[in-house]
Structures are given as structure tokens and as C-alpha cells.
Design a protein around this ligand. Structure first.
Ligand code: KIV
Length: 275
């Protein structure tokens, strides 16, 4: 089934059932209007903690709070009827204990209407993923480059090259075994993404992990050319809306200063309209 064929939003079990089938389509969203545009085009929409960098000008995702995620999660939920909503658990909201993760994941789902949460980490987070999934919280895992760990990873580097690839294979198996319904693979070599995708029982969602994955995700502002502070190699720009917006604003400024705008069609006469 293609994403556009959905009449209602898929459930985590529907995403899981797409393993090895038609590639899953996904983007991030942070606002109602953008969610409305992608509704039904995407199988699932992620309210990523990338919101901190993309919309709030933060230098990393580490300062994103539960309150920010809830505010953007509610906004995106209002724009979706045909795509599933997944929401990121922010840094510090789940790592301490499975109980802490349950309290915050259940709050995120309750207050935003999300159908699942996403959290970063592999083998080490497997007990938490099992705790959540056994208690009714569908979990999407995220391994490879996990931006909440940039300080321990040493920056936004490719993960899993050489011998370190074995740990990522272990991570993927551990999160699948723990009950995750899908796993994001970020910034890993193509051959490793292929190996993981062929061996793990749940769909892999690639971002910088090649077309060998079971699906793809991109940050919407990256692919539309709205976020241009930096561009990772894995980003393809499908539009240049930032440049288009700048040109439009320059024309507006010129028309305001030359009194071309507002024109006669934009003003009100003093005639009282007939009832
Ligand atoms: O926060 C985010 O946007 C993500 C991605 C996988 C795109 O985690």
C-alpha cells in the first residue's frame, strides 16, 4: 500500500507490517500548516527534537524540553488525519530509568495525541524499550548518529565504520527484540545499513543510511531549503523555499518604499456595502 492510499492514519503495527515492502515515507513537522501539507503523503510524521535547531535557533537538540515537544506535538496533531504521528522524547526525559521514561512517554502521548514515541539508543536502552512497549507505548528506536549524544560521540560523525559496525548490528537486534516497531538508522555506511536492514526483523528508517533501508526520513526544513545553516551530505534539497521567500520579501520591500503596494485592489472605499 502506498502512503497516499491511507484513508486513516496507520498504526505502529501497520508500519511494522511494511518490513521488506514498499518503502516507508516520512518527514519531520513542527507546525499545523506544514503537517497539513504532508498529511497522507507521509506514512508517519515525526515531531523531531530537531525542532530546537530548526525553529528555535538552538545549537543542538540538548536544550529541547518536554514543554517544547508538547507544544509542537499538539500543533502537528491538529494538521494530521491520514499520517501517524510519532514524537521524540527529549534529552534527559527517559535515560534515567524505565519509570522516568514511562512517565514522560505517557505524558507526551496523552497531551499530544501521538501514536508512538521515538527515543535514541540501542542495546543500552533495550530494557527501557521493553518496559514501555509492555505497558502500551509503541516505541521507534534511533541508532547510529544519535544527536543527543554528540558530546560522547565527538560530533556529528558517520557511525559504524570498521569494527564499530558490530555494535550497531547488536543495537538493532536489541531494540527489535525489546519490542520497537521500527528503528531509525542515522548516518551509517551504506553496506552496514544494508546488512542491518536484511538481518533485523523491524523496518529500518534511513537518514543518511542509503536506499537499502525499509523507509526514509528527512527534516522537512532541510529538504525544502528553509533551514540553510548547514547541510549534511545526506540531505537532498527538493525546493529552495528560503531563497524564494527572500526574493518575495525583497520585492515587497521595494514595492512598499516605492508606494506600489498597497495598490487600488488592496484598499477599502468609504461606500457602505448594500445588505
Ligand atoms: O529530530 C529529528 O528530526 C530526528 C530525525 C530522525 C530526523 O530525529
Amino acid at each position: 500500500m502506498s502512503a497516499t492510499a491511507h484513508k486513516t492514519a496507520p498504526m505502529p503495527a501497520d508500519i511494522l507490517a511494511r518490513k521488506g515492502g514498499a518503502p516507508l515515507v516520512s518527514l519531520t513537522a513542527y507546525t499545523t500548516p506544514m503537517a497539513e501539507v504532508m498529511d497522507g503523503i507521509c506514512d508517519f510524521v515525526l515531531v523531531g527534537d530537531s525542532v530546537g535547531m530548526v525553529l528555535h535557533g538552538l545549537s543542538s537538540t540538548l536544550d529541547v524540553t518536554m514543554e517544547m515537544m508538547i507544544m509542537h506535538g499538539k500543533a502537528v496533531r491538529r494538521g494530521l488525519t491520514r499520517s501517524m504521528l510519532v514524537i521524540d522524547m527529549p534529552f534527559g526525559s527517559y535515560e534515567e530509568s524505565p519509570q522516568q521514561a514511562f512517565a514522560n512517554a505517557s505524558r507526551l502521548m496523552r497531551e499530544t495525541g501521538a501514536g508512538a514515541v521515538k527515543l535514541e539508543g540501542g542495546e543500552v536502552m533495550a530494557p527501557t524499550i521493553a518496559f514501555l512497549t509492555q505497558r502500551g507505548i509503541p516505541v521507534m528506536a534511533h541508532i547510529g548518529l544519535t544527536p543527543q549524544s554528540i558530546h560522547t560521540l565527538g560530533g556529528y560523525k558517520v557511525q559504524g565504520r570498521g569494527d564499530t559496525g558490530d555494535q550497531l548490528i547488536t543495537d538493532a537486534d536489541a531494540v527489535a527484540e525489546a519490542g520497537a516497531f521500527a528503528v531509525v538508522l542515522e548516518k551509517v555506511p551504506e553496506s552496514l545499513a544494508d546488512q542491518i536492514t536484511r538481518s533485523v526483523a523491524i523496518p529500518t528508517i534511513g537518514i543518511g543510511a542509503s536506499a537499502n533501508c525499509d523507509g526514509q526520513i528527512l527534516v522537512v526544513d532541510d529538504m525544502l531549503g528553509l533551514f540553510t545553516a548547514f547541510k549534511a551530505k545526506f540531505v537532498k534539497r527538493y525546493a529552495h523555499l528560503g531563497d524564494d521567500a527572500k526574493s518575495a520579501m525583497q520585492v515587497y520591500a521595494d514595492e512598499v518604499t516605492s508606494r506600489v503596494f498597497p495598490g487600488p485592489e488592496h484598499v477599502y472605499s468609504d461606500k457602505v456595502p448594500k445588505a
